[in-house]
Design a protein around this ligand. Structure first.
Ligand code: HEM
Length: 410
């Protein structure tokens, strides 16, 4: 029984299986921890276990740089622990979690970008791929602007190939790895003179912060600046793009939820938290054991890799009522916490490595949804419902829709 279930789980890695959540339900019930050979690590699926692995810094720590799925970036904030992590993540948070900047210049920037992409979308009977023309452009331009790195974001192959060779390359395909390493080399070559320039003349942007800010006498090394940039270009773009595609896909599949939002726009933040719970775009986070660890009497050896299934944790019925229902008002009374480590939603991870960009992602998603609710009276699939693809990063590859304008635009 357990061998069959493990085999079924492995079909998810190749993308053959369509309904991941059905397999996750079985894992949580009957096989909450198991060893996966292709992943070369142990897999946990229950909310409690995922939360324990992410939050207990005494028992678990990040994989070392170069190992595991995020090795391609080099050594980033994800690999750091303790005081070094606290200080270097403060350098990132100074801009990305600063309420004054988020409510001020970042909000203005996001609104402008959303409007400029949205106003170019064509109305039915033309169909439009909103992944290509809306959801992927918004985070690309926002990160490009925040980092003052429009040139780097003009080469999407760089970060697409880097992302593909990192978390998405679950089984370590050598060709995907080669393409990723080549893209990394090209990006790093572009970064060398750019860093030099920023160090001499820092301006008001995230890239300048990385190059010049000192926090409690800690600064990033040149190698770290490059790795952080590569990581931010991927972590800040592809994640939000996929989250937005998942949002529109589910809203089209659930017209009553779209209606609820049209009638009550105050539910927008709750809807964003809910789509991240219901269809987490980042499905996994990896750690390793510091000592032997005990899960249900199973001893996991010291130094073993553990894969936390974030999407599965988000569907654990022990924590979420009717977890397989998509309800835009689920978080109406506690949406704010879901974008901080205090929430029960694991889409942004948990513990000290909780996503630094969660508030920027929230802002982008809220503005994109607000734009859609204000400007589209309806949104429908142009073809069949697009399938969810991918294991670690999960969303449809495109989303062709027919849009009908709101009455004030007709
Ligand atoms: C919906 C969009 C996003 C999702 C679902 C997401 C998800 C995640 C997850 C699951 C982690 C934890 C990884 C781990 O523990 O191993 C993480 C970390 C991180 N994310 Fe995001 N992310 C999103 C958007 C962003 C954006 C927009 C940025 C930057 C502008 C960003 C920057 C980061 C950083 C810097 C970390 C590392 C935090 C640390 O190690 O201390 N993310 N993200």
């Amino acid at each position: 029984m357990s061998t069959d279930l493990i085999e079924e789980f492995h079909t998810l890695l190749s993308g053959e299986k369509i309904d991941h959540y059905q397999v996750f339900d079985q894992l949580r019930q009957g096989l909450p921890i198991f060893y996966s050979e292709p992943m070369d690590g142990w897999v946990v699926s229950r909310w409690n276990d995922v939360s324990r692995v992410l939050k207990s810094n005494e028992e678990f720590e990040p994989m070392e740089a170069g190992a595991g799925s995020s090795g391609i970036y080099g050594r980033t904030i994800l690999h750091m622990t303790g005081e070094e992590h606290r200080k270097k993540s403060a350098i990132l948070a100074k801009r990305l979690r600063n309420p004054r900047k988020l409510n001020g210049e970042i909000s203005t920037l996001v609104k402008l970008i959303v409007k400029s992409c949205g106003d170019k979308l064509k109305w039915a009977p033309h169909s439009v791929d909103i992944k290509q023309e809306f959801t992927s452009i918004i985070p690309l331009e926002v990160i490009g602007d925040l980092m003052a790195m429009q040139e780097a974001t003009a080469f999407p192959n760089w970060y697409h190939n880097i992302v593909a060779a990192s978390v998405s390359n679950v089984t370590g395909d050598p060709e995907i790895h080669r393409r990723g390493m080549k893209a990394r080399e090209e990006l790093f070559e572009w970064l060398d003179p750019a860093i030099e320039k920023k160090k001499q003349c820092p301006t008001q942007d995230l890239f300048s912060d990385l190059c010049s800010i000192e926090f409690e006498s800690e600064m990033l090394t040149e190698e770290e600046i490059k790795s952080f940039c590569a990581f931010l270009l991927s972590a800040g773009i592809e994640t939000t793009d996929r989250a937005l595609v998942n949002l529109f896909r589910e809203l089209i599949r659930h017209p009553s939820e779209w209606k609820k939002l049209q009638n009550d726009k105050s539910l927008i933040p709750s809807a964003i938290a809910e789509i991240l719970r219901f269809r987490a775009p980042v499905q996994g986070a990896v750690r390793k054991t510091i000592n032997n660890a005990d899960f249900y009497g199973e001893y996991i050896p010291e130094g073993a890799k553990i894969m936390c299934l974030l999407g599965s944790a988000n569907h654990d019925p022990e924590v979420f009522e009717n977890p397989n229902e998509f309800r835009v008002d689920r978080y109406a009374s506690n949406q704010r916490a879901q974008f901080t480590p205090a929430g029960d939603n694991r889409a942004f991870g948990g513990g000290s490595h909780f996503c630094t960009g969660s508030l920027v992602a929230k802002l982008e998603m809220e503005e994109a949804l607000k734009y859609a609710l204000n400007n589209f009276s309806s949104i429908e699939f142009a073809d069949e419902i697009p399938e969810m693809k991918g294991f670690y990063l999960r969303s449809p590859e495109n989303l062709k829709v027919n849009l009908t304008p709101a009455s004030h635009l007709r």
